[in-house]
Design a protein around this ligand. Structure first.
Ligand code: IMO
Ligand code: MG
Length: 428
């Protein structure tokens, strides 16, 4: 089978973009299947960091067709701005980019409602990216959403928007005491972006199925991470889409039987942005060292990321949910300076030891991690390109992950450059 899925095996920001981008040179197509502009995928293009929010991370690779699948929610104004920004960096976005007509749009009222909801949650706020993702998916499910394909019939779009936005203004003003949004202004802006996006709108599922059937390599690029999955993440501190591999079928129109290997991307440690339980979070100087060395700041919101040690219990849960065939461990070099590296191998919950990840976020918040300490290597791994280049302790760290998960590690990244990768096995 010539398709692979790249998913985050933690709470997002695992480096999916970098891995997708580097594998894209062996692929014909890269397809996003969920999420929206809450994603921040940083890719190094000609030595410069470029952050993609909606554009698939293969867009900088010539000859690769990039597709936004029907499972994604698209802020059309933000997408046009992103296209312009990316083009300004010399990256082509033309016939190499398609948007499925069935993807739903994120409108200004989604962002306004989310801001009002988050504020009214007070201490129980989720800490969302405020990109309108939750309300846009909620509208899709309550059949109040607007598919992007409707922009091609602007009169019908206008009729629909006036009806929906009118109801949203009622909610904003009467429920939250907020200002109503200017619907005429919204329509004017949408007229402008509709023209810009028109050449990219397409019916994509059959295209993707045909590519796979004819033996082309197709990469399904996930956004966020498994522990933020709407069904299997740490609810309610999750995002509003199926971030795990199961999301590929409904998010692209490609049946499960046509989906090949699942690649799980995990950092050599763990980070999380936003609220919610995080058993191995480090509040001391070690967490600070990880944050500084790993430049752990949100690519979408600029928030400092919470940092902690590798959590094998959570990783094994992500492996089970996704059916991960290969792991890619990123940012191994961030651990270069540590003398000892704790790895969480079990949980203690209310005095009981377990290796099972609790589904309930309240229980997860009570977890005391059980650590096993690995010796650090205290040497730079930046220049390593083969396993023989790695210090023995760094290689032992990778082997330990394989032993504790039973999943082979196909590669480890040791720097931001697309070449800073130690490859252990072929993926594509
Ligand atoms: P990438 O693709 C890390 C988090 C937010 C918040 C929760 C819900 O770069 O890995 P949302 O705006 O989605 O409703 O927020 O999910 N979150 C991410 N965390 N990486 C991401 O994307 C994220 N996208 C959303 O911080 O906790
Ligand atoms: Mg990110």
């Amino acid at each position: 089978m010539s398709s692979i899925v790249i998913v985050g095996a933690q709470w997002g920001d695992e480096g999916k973009g970098k891995i997708t981008n580097s594998l894209a040179s062996c692929a014909e197509m890269v397809v996003r299947f969920q999420g929206g502009s809450n994603a921040g995928h940083t890719v190094s293009v000609s030595g410069e960091p470029v952050v993609f929010h909606l554009l698939p991370s293969g867009i900088s690779v010539p000859g690769v067709l990039c597709v936004i699948g029907p499972g994604v929610v698209i802020d059309p104004v933000g997408l046009v701005a992103e296209i312009d920004e990316v083009r300004g960096k010399g990256i082509e976005v033309s016939s190499n980019f398609l948007i499925d007509v069935g993807a739903h749009m994120v409108m200004p009222y989604h962002r306004a409602l989310e801001a009002a909801e988050e504020e009214s949650r007070g201490n129980a706020a989720i800490g969302t990216t405020k990109k309108g993702i939750g309300p846009a998916y909620a509208d899709r499910y309550s059949r109040e959403g607007i598919p992007i394909g409707l922009l091609a019939s602007f009169d019908r779009f206008e009729e629909r928007l006036r009806a929906v936005a009118g109801r949203k203004n009622e909610m904003l003003t009467k429920l939250y005491g907020a200002e109503p949004l200017d619907i005429d202004g919204m329509l004017e802006e949408m007229r402008r972006v509709a023209e810009r996006l028109a050449p990219h709108l397409a019916d994509t599922p059959e295209l993707v199925r045909t590519a796979i059937r004819s033996g082309e390599n197709v990469i399904f690029e996930g956004a966020q991470g498994t522990l933020l999955d709407i069904s299997f993440g740490t609810y309610p501190f999750v995002t509003s889409s199926h971030t795990s591999a199961a999301g590929v079928a409904p998010g692209t129109g490609v049946p499960p039987s046509m989906i090949g290997d699942i690649i799980g991307v995990a950092k050599a440690y763990v980070t999380r942005v936003g609220a919610g339980p995080f058993p191995t979070e480090s509040f001391d100087r070690h967490g600070e060292t990880i944050r500084e060395r790993g430049k752990e700041r949100g690519a979408t919101t600029g928030r400092p990321r919470r940092c902690g040690w590798l959590d094998i219990v959570a990783l094994n849960y992500a492996i089970a949910i996704n059916g991960i065939d290969h792991l890619v461990i990123t940012k191994l070099d961030v651990l270069d300076t540590f003398e000892r590296i704790p790895v969480c191998v079990g949980y203690r919950i209310d005095g009981e030891e377990t290796d099972r990840f609790p589904r309930n976020a309240e229980v997860l918040a009570r977890v005391e991690p059980i650590y096993e300490e690995m010796p650090g290597w205290r040497a730079s791994t930046h220049e390593a390109r083969e396993d023989g280049d790695l210090p023995a302790e760094a290689l032992a760290y990778i082997r330990k992950i394989e032993e504790l998960t039973g999943v082979p590690v196909a590669a480890a990244s040791v720097g931001a450059s697309p070449h800073a990768v130690v490859q252990f096995a072929e993926i594509l």
